[in-house]
Design a protein around this ligand. Structure first.
Ligand code: BJW
Ligand code: ZN
Length: 243
């Protein structure tokens, strides 16, 4: 692994265009639970079962309770060495795009600039009626928060299963993956579409693709590099000693 880290590090130093995709695994060492695996359980509900418009229609109180729990938890946490290393990488690479599936806002807090939050942001809420999007960073939004403009129910401004991603944001992510010379894929189980297809897009466009994950994923087989380990340990090593 050591030699491979050194080779990729040299390639990154020489690259003009780099894309990075992150998933829940990059925030795990900050203390944010991931979605799948034992970690993805909340009060005996599977996190993915609550991330649907049907769950919200059926029981908005329950879904808000889940999101308020995550708000309270994440508001006490901070970014880790992997988030910070990506900020450093961005300052060295002429064209750098960070695509995240995470809604926790930790890349933002770490200081990443060219950031595409393709599944939305936990700290934004949206009115079901007037569609107004409001930034509200309070750790508890209350049981059933309502819109100040029209009094209708608010929902988290995130993308649930069966919902479309913002097309303009997705297009920018696709373009960055098609154009890049190197793509890093960090801490994602690579099963949720269309996010998962972005790494394939980069590979097909001729990019060198590298995966950093504590486990193998369905994408490991086509990766040029697979670093099996914690993001907080491996990603900083890719930018170590850079001036
Ligand atoms: C570490 C680590 C450490 C841990 N270091 N690594 C059948 C086939 C194909 C597609 C579909 C299908 N049926 C339905 C679909 C479409 C569906 C989909 O992909 N489903 C699949 C599950 C099959 N996709 C959608 O619905 C998307 N929309 C869409 O397609 O629109 C078109 C459409 C419209 C109408 C009908 C149908 C289609 C939307 C997807 C939205 C996903 N939303 C969520 C919730 C966001 C809000 C919130 O956070 O509350 O996004 S679900 C959840 O999964 C969240 C995540 O961003 C996403 C991905 O999860 P991620 O990040 O990969 O986390 P985990 O937990 O899965 O993995 C963590 C990884 O980290 C693991 O690999 C660990 O090993 C690793 N790890 N510690 C390094 N320290
Ligand atoms: Zn409203």
């Amino acid at each position: 692994m050591e030699a491979q880290i050194q080779t990729l590090k040299k390639q990154l130093l020489a690259a003009e265009r780099v894309a990075v995709m992150t998933g829940a695994g990059i925030s795990a060492e900050s203390g944010v639970p991931t979605f799948r695996g034992a970690d993805g359980l909340w009060k005996n509900y599977r996190a993915v079962d609550l991330a649907t418009p049907e769950a919200f229609d059926r029981n908005p109180r329950l879904v808000w309770e889940f999101y308020n729990w995550r708000r309270a938890l994440i508001s006490k946490l901070t970014f880790n060495a992997a988030h910070a290393a990506l900020v450093k990488l961005e300052t060295k690479v002429p064209s750098f795009t960070l695509i995240t599936q995470n809604v926790d806002g930790l890349h933002n807090r770490a200081g990443s600039r060219n950031l595409l939050e393709i599944h939305g942001n936990l700290w934004q809420v949206r009115c079901l009626q007037c569609q107004e999007i409001i930034l509200d960073e309070s750790p508890d939004m209350g049981e059933l928060p309502t819109c100040e403009q029209c009094g209708s129910l608010l929902r988290p401004n995130v993308v649930w299963f069966g919902e479309s991603l913002d097309q303009a944001t997705l297009n920018r992510a696709m373009q960055a993956c098609r154009d890049c010379e190197i793509m890093l894929v960090i801490g994602t189980s690579a099963i949720v579409q269309p996010a998962a297809s972005l790494a394939l897009e980069a590979k097909q466009g001729g990019a060198v693709v590298a995966e950093i994950n504590i486990e193998q994923t369905p994408h490991s087989y086509f990766m040029d590099y697979t670093f099996q380990g914690k993001a907080g340990e491996i990603v900083p090593r890719l930018v170590e000693d850079w001036k």
